[in-house]
Design a protein around this ligand. Structure first.
Ligand code: FPP
Length: 248
């Protein structure tokens, strides 16, 4: 397949993570520092998301998951939630519009989380976008919306319990592979690298299962200030990690 020339200066890496997870944190503080509304921070954050998405795809990273809205984020003021959903809407409209460019790039767009709680119109757009990009294989851009790692595990366990109740499975069939097959990410590799800016050192219910052997990269930079150089820095750090997966 032929790909469009990248508008970025692409660095080369000896090892690239197959799956990168990104916690887009620090938007509120970024806005506060500038005397702006929190929604302005999210808006800038959404632009950074677009840039990193495109760069990751040009680099050929297999899968990148962005934490856009967690199951706990419903506790935020209604206005802020509306603002984030409106940014999501703009992105979805854009993705529908950019069908051809995304296709040429080989970008598959996918959503994880319980999207049944969000606006019906957004749900429809998500379905169309997922369907139209389903066959693309260069990079999966995975967007976590109303996502919680614990809730994802409960979903998997419930489905398995139901199959056991109905006699379709027995308790001896329950293996890590079976649990994984009922997560939102059955066809994705485990998360190799998790990037969390904004000076926080926690996972916040993100990719609980998939992060069992993740490497972490933290930085004080706030997400709206995050650049391609920072992304490269995280990838360089990953390149140096000695991953042993419990071995020696
Ligand atoms: C965390 O920063 C950020 C969020 C809860 C929302 C992230 C959402 C976006 C960047 C927009 C998503 C849009 C698309 C198109 C995917 P925070 O608000 O908790 O920051 P703070 O800790 O500084 O308050």
């Amino acid at each position: 397949m032929k790909f469009m020339k990248s508008k970025f200066e692409l660095q080369s890496f000896d090892v690239l993570p197959r799956h990168v997870g990104v916690i887009m944190d620090g938007n509120g503080r970024w806005a506060k520092q500038r005397g702006l509304e929190r929604s302005e921070g999210h808006k800038e954050g959404a632009n950074v998301f677009r840039t990193i998405c495109e760069y990751a795809c040009d680099l050929g990273i297999e899968c990148i998951t962005f934490y856009a809205f967690s199951t706990e984020n419903w506790a935020r003021p209604e206005l802020e939630i509306k603002g984030i959903m409106s940014l999501l809407r703009s992105y979805l409209l854009e993705a529908l519009d950019r069908k051809k460019e995304n296709e040429e790039k080989g970008m598959r767009i996918k959503f994880i989380g319980d999207v049944s709680r969000i606006d019906k119109e957004l749900q429809k757009m998500i379905k169309i976008i997922e369907k139209q990009s389903a066959k693309k294989t260069r990079t999966v851009v995975n967007i976590a919306v109303n996502y919680g790692g614990k809730q994802e595990l409960v979903k998997s366990f419930r489905e398995i319990a139901e199959d056991i109740e109905k006699g379709r499975l027995s308790s001896a069939d329950v293996t890590p592979e079976l649990i994984e097959s009922r997560l939102y990410t059955p066809d994705f590799p485990a998360c190799d690298l998790i990037i969390r800016p904004s000076g926080e050192y926690r996972l916040s219910n993100f990719l609980t299962w998939q992060s069992a052997y993740s490497e972490f990269w933290f930085s004080d930079i706030l997400w709206p200030d995050f650049t391609i150089d920072n992304f490269n820095e995280a990838l360089r750090a990953y390149e140096q990690r000695n991953r042993r997966f419990g071995g020696i």
